[in-house]
Design a binder for this molecule. Sequence first.
Ligand code: CA
Length: 742
Amino acid sequence: MPAIILLSFALALLGAPATAAGKRPNILFIFSDDHAEAAISAYGSHLAKVAPTPHLDRIAREGAIFHNSFCANSICGPSRACILTGKHSHANGFLDNNNSRFDGTQTTFPQLVQDAGYQTALIGKWHLKSNPTGFDHWEILPGQGAYYNPDFLQMGGGKKRFEGYCTDIITDKAIAWLEGGRDKSKPFVLMCQHKAPHRAWSPAPRHLTLFDDIEMPEPASLFDDYGGGRSKTLKEHAMGIAGHMYWGHDMKFHGSKSQFPEHFLSGIANMSYPRMNEAQKRQWDAAYGPKNEKLIAALESGELKGDDVTRWKYQRYIKDYLRCIRAVDENVGRVLDYLDDSGLAGDTIVIYSSDQGFYLGEHGWYDKRWMFEESLAMPFLIRWPGVVPAGAQSQTLIQNIDYAPTFLDIAGAEVPAAMHGRSLVPAFKNPAAPPEDWREAIYYSYFGERTHSVARHDGVRTDRHKLIFFPTTDEWNLFDLEKDPGEMRSVHAEPEYAGTLADMKVLYTRQRATFGVSSATVPQPRLGEGWWKKRHAEKVKAAKAGGYELLFLGDSITHSWENGGKEVFAKYYAPRKTLNLGFSGDRTEHVLWRLLNGELPPEVDPKVAVLMIGTNNTGHSMQEAGETASGIRAILDLLRDRRPEMQVLLLGVFPRGVGPDDPKRKRNGEINAIAETFADGDKIHYLDISGAFLADDRTLPKAVMPDALHPNPRGYAIWAAAMEDKLAEFGGWEKVAPPAGD
Ligand code: CA
């Protein structure tokens, strides 16, 4: 065999996807916000001809376009968190934009590629509330950011305002970093993340009158009636072009008070306008003023009415949206030119994607969130010279949870087993067919939030069918995407789909099991309960003060180390500097939420954690033992990820109920039988101290647990003594002797 073939064979075995032997490629990840596939001409939609995107199309032409690319949770923050962590939302903790804050201490791909020798930078929209971690350089928009004369948060603290249009400025900054901001001896990952074309769709001055002379084609379902057996929650949406467009904010009239309240909502003014300089304001007014006056006259005269008002709103919306995209496309062109001119193009992978899709009037909507195709789909274009065949079209099912493993694979770094996604490198090398052993379906979950009134739902999508479950109304919807690509009819109740429905439900259950999705694993706060919220705030503050060697995690039984267990605690644990994170009434999902939301900051780096949780999962709903155990598993996974060196003492759930046949006692025993298997012989240790509490006939004596659930002071003394050997060993502490006479 010639040496050259042997060499390439060896490289293939190593899985090194470098463009040239020994050299790892750069990754330029260009990412926009709310860019629907239908607004990229390479995807070929009704808008492709009237609003072409030649520079984006160039990436597809010189590389590949993925037609079955999806997000895991169709909103801004959650999609970004999925990308960074390679995990579904319930596991990375960023469930929604209202209540979540990204825990940047968890494992993310930027940290890992940085460790692998890459330079990392992020410029533009971030929207995860906490500051970025794992980047050599970042400069981000605060929150949603502004289209005109935007502020950027600076790495060293504070923010700076820059004159100009956001999409142009982000590109300027990205090119400046490529040119002079990085260590050129290292490969790089640059995430260039645009605000555009996010609501409220404010175009650049140069594009304000683009498309003025044409009528945009309407989607077929602009006047959807939400029938066809689809979930009754569809009608409850607050994201309709007909009913939910704001006079000032969305439609670009001056003031926040609607002149026609029957057609336009009042309350939010155009937020771009006050940020503009005088010249920008003049251009803006020159573009919108005459068109706005014409609309007002037509409404006043009655010339425009009924559905035609909705059509007008659609035109205003879609043109502004596409104008914003024009600037994105031009700026993609600028970056591609820079790569050519600088000689970087040959060694640089270029990916274009967006955090989710968007409704461009389909189903009468703007916005995203639903698991329907338009917002589930994420555009995905990739150019990788020498690896991705030019002009390739792929139908492989890919998802944003795959990006992190992909980038790690490209960087030659190990992909953590806890990541849910898979490397797409094999799919890039041969886009024409799915890689061997590829997924049958993608899993999606939207957790519901106040904004836009979209009900919680989750589901699975194969290459042909989509199954959605709406838990608030207990409804299933099934779509045949081949026969009904517009998803106008749910066939879940149709006899000829009974087999498909059954198969899809099996897939749904299997996917949820694979990713550990259950009510016990989806992080959940109890912020509606004042005492809980207050205790959480106090514990976050205490945690930030740091200096703890021992961590207690659990529910009321742990909480009461501060009450019934106080004296025992003072003797055993106060000297060890212990942080008690027990919260009365908590279940596994609450512990997860707390750990993801400030109770485990970098300042808390204990030697040992003691975890005892689950009895409320049993007590509140007699949850299946396997489900509760999956919640315990999720907490252990989180602790392993954040504190790989910490010893974890997992206690079997304490016995409850007076007699051994108490159903809740039995259920806790079933949980323990599973939890015992979580010990890993390294850092996770399982200990069941039930025997120390129980009488010889296995009844639970009132003398230690008067309510057959919570220990009294004597019970706490028994608890402390029973785990002292292990605890002292793991923490390297001197053993505390039990009180004389016990
Ligand atoms: Ca978005």
